[in-house]
Design a protein around this ligand. Structure first.
Ligand SMILES: [Zn+2]
Ligand SMILES: [Zn+2]
Ligand SMILES: [Zn+2]
Length: 265
């Protein structure tokens, strides 16, 4: 079995938003406070981080994983990558280089922005991350830290990005549309995590209606909505509107008992 933790469930600004005094940003309900989107997946033998949000330091202080065996990137936008430097603590704790997995396009962006993290000629001693960049073909499964990972190609507006299927879990953030060729990979998940930015339409993200329609089409046992913006509304107001198998994700929420191997539909 695997379990996972929502390290962050907010859109790129996080919630509250700097300088905003809307009712969500002023809310004292902790379920309305959202760090940038990321999950941490634990199998019996591996801990896998999906994305390195700008809030990674705080997220790791709260979740306290003893190690990170691999990092999977969905895409290179700053809200999914800007915390990459914080991985250096895991290099020190583990005394080893850490593999990070990305498509060729995402890897190119990571190398431009964080070239020092992938330069093995510089000794690190905790002063910089020491990462092994591993490329994968988004149309083929691969193995990271001994775990089968199935990339799910989706479109973030016009940008091709990936979600991931890990056993019974499907994580699809920052998606606007799902190509037909990816639909089978989303079917019958035990847990499906989808972007739902807000109620209004957005050019690059599913809104609430889009996400609920996608969830209904893929009939997961349970679904969670993530990458939420302040204009989605307060947790307490939105949660009662959702179908019984769909929840708003919240920071720090742990979900356990998900299959590590995928039953093929
Ligand atoms: Zn994002
Ligand atoms: Zn606000
Ligand atoms: Zn994005």
């Amino acid at each position: 079995m695997l379990d996972f933790t929502f390290l962050g469930t907010g859109t790129s600004t996080g919630v509250p938003v700097i300088g905003c005094d809307c009712e969500v940003c002023r809310s004292d309900d902790p379920r309305d406070h959202r760090l940038r989107a990321s999950i941490l997946v634990r199998t019996p033998h591996a801990t896998i981080l999906v994305d390195t949000s700008p809030d990674l330091r705080v997220q790791m202080l709260l979740a306290k994983p003893p190690r990170v065996d691999a990092v999977l990137f969905t895409h290179a936008h700053a809200d999914h990558t800007a915390g990459l430097d914080e991985l250096r603590r895991f290099n020190v704790m583990q005394a080893e280089r850490i593999p990070v997995w990305a498509t060729e396009a995402t890897a190119g962006d990571l190398q431009r922005r964080f070239s020092y993290a992938f330069d093995h000629s510089i000794s690190f001693f905790g002063g910089k991350p020491d990462l092994d960049l591993q490329l994968f073909d988004p149309t083929e499964p691969f193995t990271a830290a001994g775990v089968e990972i199935v990339p799910i190609p989706v479109l973030h507006g016009r940008l091709p990005i990936v979600g991931y299927r890990i056993g019974g879990l499907a994580y699809v953030t920052d998606v606007k549309s799902i190509p037909d060729s990816s639909r089978l990979l989303l079917d019958d998940a035990e847990v499906l995590i989808m972007t739902a930015l807000r109620r209004k339409a957005h050019i690059a993200h599913m809104n609430l209606d889009d996400a609920l329609a996608a969830i209904a089409r893929h009939h997961p046992q349970r679904a969670f909505l993530t990458h939420l913006a302040h204009d989605m509304g307060r947790f307490a107001d939105v949660a009662p509107l959702l179908p019984p198998n769909v929840q708003l994700a919240t920071d720090g929420l742990v979900v356990s008992g998900v299959s590590v191997t995928r039953s093929m539909p």
